[in-house]
Design a protein around this ligand. Structure first.
Ligand code: GDP
Ligand code: IMO
Ligand code: MG
Length: 423
């Protein structure tokens, strides 16, 4: 069997959590392969809403096993809070949530370093989620990290060594902080982590594949936030793209099966950085309001704009997407006209190729399509789609050269329409 990968094609928050939950019944195992609690994946069903940060979105369907893979960075304290909240609502995960021993730990000082680096950047700050993601991946790559498996042996020593390095840096930056309370809670959370099965996840995942079981890998963030191919330096610190599933789980490239690429019918971004199709007018405000575009982790208003097909086509290419999923179609229900960016004009020259960087010179070139002006939220099959909506889908499929297999028309699990299209 193969690992199917589901990932965001824009700047995150495309609706990955919702769709992973919907697709989980088709799989034996669901895994996260990168990122950490910078993610906020929202699921809604039976009148309940859950936001997951580190725990994969497959945990609500039929007792399936879920794994936090080696490519993830884990904050034990935030993990404990997340798992305890789920346990309080009747979802005890200790028996079916496994954690890779090779996942790196986010230390309290990593969070402080994140804040210190952002403060030092001033106006050029990334607008990170403040969860210590960058500093933890930096330590991983510079071979100074502390891993989940380390909590089982000589942990205090390893922790102290890493912390001392961080304190030297923070001292040189003159950054003031107080760790006393946070550190004590963090160590309690380390003990809590030991209730879970800490595993060599690469063996377990490949064992599943060998037995003919199916695996779904759940991406976090989005392709435009990828450390290599995103809008650098305004990106996160991991490979959010399909290739990240190989290194973040320990599966060979030839083991990758379907690649589901998720995008919103429009586009959003949180934090700083370029966003060519961003709207600063009433249309952008309307998207934010209709789409409830406020960060699920930070509560920050999300920047909104039209769909960017230059960036989407690039994301489809980088990831080898063979199935597209369009989310939040209902948010555009009340627009007379829908715009889609089909090219960029740079120094007066039009191109549909994604450039080296998205700087101030990049101007979007739009085509306009008619809006459908009706309520899509109660639709249950593609037979009910209005003509204008079908025209929008066909247009996107033609440009992106990949079929749109699923259309989402609301936040609930039930508001998901699988289309009949053939590949
Ligand atoms: P993720 O990070 O990719 O999992 O996405 P988030 O959960 O951060 O953001 C997506 C938001 O849109 C959440 O609040 C979802 O409940 C909501 N959502 C998902 N699909 C739809 C949809 O089709 N329509 C509407 N209106 N909301 C949706
Ligand atoms: P999900 O999985 C949207 C953004 C931050 C910031 C940049 C770097 O919910 O789609 P970081 O804390 O990772 O160092 O921040 O990346 N960012 C996200 N934006 N959705 C996310 O996750 C994000 N995770 C990080 O806003 O611009
Ligand atoms: Mg999110």
């Amino acid at each position: 069997m193969k690992v199917d990968v589901l990932l965001g094609l824009q700047w995150g928050d495309e609706g990955k959590g919702k769709v992973v939950d919907v697709l989980t019944p088709n799989y034996d195992l669901v895994t996260r392969f990168q990122g950490g609690p910078n993610a906020g994946h929202t699921l809604e069903f039976e009148g309940q809403k859950y936001v997951l940060r580190s725990i994969p979105s497959g945990i609500f369907q039929g007792g399936k096993v879920n794994i936090i893979g080696n490519g993830v960075v884990l904050d034990p304290l935030l993990f404990k809070q997340e798992a305890e909240a789920l346990a309080a609502s009747g979802h005890d995960l200790t028996k079916r949530l496994y954690i890779s021993k090779k996942a790196h730990l986010i230390l309290p000082t990593h969070r402080v370093l994140d804040a210190a680096y952002e403060a030092a950047k001033g106006d050029a700050k990334i607008g990170t989620t403040g969860k210590g993601i960058g500093p933890t991946y930096t330590d991983k790559v510079s071979r100074n990290g502390v891993r989940v498996g380390d909590i089982l042996c000589d942990f205090e020593e390893k922790y102290a060594k890493a912390k001392a390095k961080h304190e030297t840096i923070l001292g040189s930056l003159g950054f003031k902080y107080d760790l006393s309370e946070l550190e004590a809670q963090w160590f309690e959370a380390i003990e809590y982590l030991k209730r879970f099965k800490l595993i060599d996840s690469e063996h377990v995942i490949n064992g599943y594949l060998k037995e003919g079981k199916s695996v779904l890998a759940e991406g976090a963030q989005g392709t435009m936030l990828d450390i290599d191919f995103g809008s650098y330096p305004f990106v996160t610190s991991s490979n959010t793209i399909c290739a990240g599933a190989c290194t973040g789980l320990g599966v060979a490239p030839r083991r990758i099966g379907d690649v589901y690429g998720i995008f919103k019918a429009y586009c959003t971004r949180v934090g700083s950085g370029p966003f060519p199709t961003e709207l600063f007018d009433a249309d952008g405000e309307k998207m934010r309001k209709q789409g409830n575009e406020f960060g699920s982790v930070t509560g920050r208003p999300r920047r909104c704009g039209w769909v960017d097909l230059v960036a989407l086509k690039y994301a489809v290419m980088i990831n080898g997407v063979n199935q597209l999923i369009m989310m939040k179609s209902d948010v555009l229900d009340n627009f007379d006209t829908i715009k889609a960016c089909v090219a960029y004009k740079i120094d007066g020259v039009e191109t549909s190729e994604f450039p080296f960087e998205l700087n101030d010179k990049v101007e979007p070139v739009y085509v306009e399509l008619a809006g459908w002006k009706c309520d899509m939220t109660k639709m249950q099959s593609e037979d009910e789609f209005p003509e204008e909506f079908n025209a929008y889908l066909s247009f996107l499929e033609e440009v992106l050269e990949v079929p749109i297999k699923i259309v989402s028309v609301g936040p609930d699990r039930e508001q998901t329409i699988v289309r009949y299209t053939e590949e």
